[in-house]
Unconditional design. Structure first.
Length: 106
């Protein structure tokens, strides 16, 4: 892909994202959403984010990434759930993944 094509793709995605972000406040007064629908949309956003994070933590392309990275993610999630500061969460997750790789766990 050429540099111009890449730049055009990024520009189209940026404009599209901006337009979607503007649509929410602009259309809020025109549509009523029930509480159940609002709750479902909130949950759907969380599920989507977890799915993207899990895919990134488990696969590189079509190949399984190995056990070190997912173990680091699990430790990071546990630390975050226990309300550790972000710096501690990142250092723990990276430390576990690096430690496991250092001892030969791929």
């Amino acid at each position: 892909m050429s540099g111009t094509g890449l730049l055009a793709g990024v520009a189209v995605l940026a404009v599209g994202t901006y337009l979607i972000r503007l649509a929410g406040p602009a259309l809020r007064s025109r549509f009523e959403v029930s509480r159940q629908t609002a709750a479902l949309l909130d949950r759907a956003a969380i599920v989507l984010l977890v799915a993207v994070a899990a895919t990134g933590a488990l696969f590189v392309g079509h190949d399984f990434i190995g056990w070190a990275c997912p173990a680091g993610v699990v430790v990071g999630v546990i630390a975050a759930l226990r309300r550790a500061p972000l710096v501690v969460v990142v250092i723990l997750a990276a430390g576990v993944a690096a430690g496991l790789r250092a001892v030969g766990v791929a």
